[in-house]
Ligand binder design. Structure first.
Ligand SMILES: [Zn+2]
Length: 413
């Protein structure tokens, strides 16, 4: 178990090509160049298994339409054999997208160009109260305006906006079925944000955003199958199968937090008993902290404040506080083991700021995962526990927008 990922390769976007890709060749060529960074025409032909003549024709159109450009640095491996071949790279200014995460404490957003280069980023603090949709939309609008003002880009130059929000989200319908930061249910965030901003909007849950961030910008770019498990106020998961995000039949995401780990167990905030989340999420630990630290903390403290106090007590050697984190770690191991048995991923990325700070013993968690695997099975998935960067979600939002709008923008030209 490690706490850092490998160095990021050039370019952005998933790097493994499907064996049978029926999408337009123009899109395939553009995405090959974007994901591989910068490469000569011959390598595009090789990567896609098409003729040099086809590549020449398609890239000529893409250059003419302003999506690709010549002359960027070619890969250095031919340098010893004379002049490197001319490389092709994505023209960043061919399009722009915004990635955005709405949260209970801080909203974040980034602006990226079509090459995946981050041009601006911004964070706005917000209250952790539930808000009416109109208030959320006003905060969203202010965030986007402040982001674009950093680089003086007009909003009508933005091809798409990918928004992530905590809670239960129907990606296909664009609706938020339920969110801890939103009053009411079944809010059509996609339509409301599109009407307010006048740009195409795409909506997803925050675990899928983190997964897309790994798939487009991180360790997941060159993996067929991997999973991202997020632990914070809830326990979420995103799964990549064949180098593409798996959304399930209804597009509402994979609710690892509500898989059952105990018959008639602890009460979950979803109303069921025995959910993984009821043993592992911030609110579950805060519930235990209230008992363990009863003399030193008041019930009106926020869950975050209670968890901070619990973490400090554990680090100071408090046995009760340490046992709460140890128990949470054992439940995490059960959850990870179940993910491995069902999906057999190459890698599970556990994304949690609090885990990396307070759950002191990743080796113990990994040992528990191994002990829960049937004997005789190969060692299975690598597990990495990582803190989350402030803008990781927003990068996933940019990936969501790029994956949604690229084909339309290329066709429009
Ligand atoms: Zn539940």
């Amino acid at each position: 178990m490690t706490e850092t990922g490998p160095a990021e390769p050039a370019g952005c976007g998933p790097r493994l090509r499907k064996a049978s890709d029926s999408r337009p060749l123009r899109l395939q060529v553009f995405e090959a160049v974007r994901s591989l960074g910068c490469l000569p025409r011959a390598e595009i032909a090789r990567a896609l298994g098409i003729s040099a003549a086809s590549v020449t024709a398609v890239t000529a159109d893409l250059i003419n339409d302003g999506f690709l450009e010549e002359g960027a640095t070619a890969p250095p491996r031919d340098a010893a054999r004379g002049r490197p071949p001319v490389g092709l790279a994505v023209t960043g200014r061919a399009g722009f997208v915004i990635g955005l995460k709405l949260s209970d404490e801080t909203h974040t957003a980034i602006l990226a160009d079509f090459a995946g280069t981050i041009l601006a980023e911004i964070a706005h603090p917000t209250s952790n109260l539930r808000k009416p949709p109109a208030r959320i939309l006003s905060e969203l609008e202010a965030l986007v305006a402040a982001l674009l003002s950093q680089v003086a880009l007009p909003l009508d130059q933005v091809a798409g906006i990918g928004i992530g929000i905590t809670g239960l989200v129907d990606h296909h319908a664009g609706t938020v079925l339920w969110s801890p930061i939103l009053d009411g249910r079944d809010f059509d965030l996609r339509a409301a944000a599109r009407n307010r901003l006048g740009r195409p909007v795409f909506v997803d849950n925050d675990a899928n955003l983190l997964t897309l961030s790994e798939l487009w910008f991180g360790a997941g770019r060159e993996l067929d199958d991997f999973a991202v498990v997020t632990i914070e106020n809830g326990v979420g998961m995103g799964v990549v199968i064949d180098n593409a995000l798996y959304r399930g039949a209804r597009g509402t995401g994979l609710e690892l937090g509500h898989t059952k780990v105990q018959l008639d167990g602890a009460l979950c905030r979803c109303g069921c008993r025995g959910c993984l989340e009821a043993y592992l999420a911030d609110y579950a630990l805060a519930r235990e902290a209230a008992t363990a630290l009863g003399h030193s903390i008041r019930a009106e403290h926020s869950p975050n404040a209670m968890l901070d106090a619990l973490g400090a007590a554990a680090r100071a050697g408090d046995e009760a506080a340490q046992s709460i984190f140890r128990r949470a770690g054992r439940y995490l191991a059960i959850g990870l083991s179940n993910v491995i048995q069902i999906f057999d991923p190459e890698l599970i990325i556990v994304s949690s700021d609090r885990m990396t700070r307070d759950h002191a013993d990743p080796e113990a968690i990994l040992a528990d995962v191994a002990a829960l695997s049937p004997s005789g099975r190969h060692p299975g998935a690598r597990v990495e526990i990582r803190p989350r960067g402030d803008f990781t979600w927003a990068r996933g939002g940019a990936a969501l927008a790029l994956s949604a709008v690229t084909e339309q923008v290329l066709e429009r030209a």
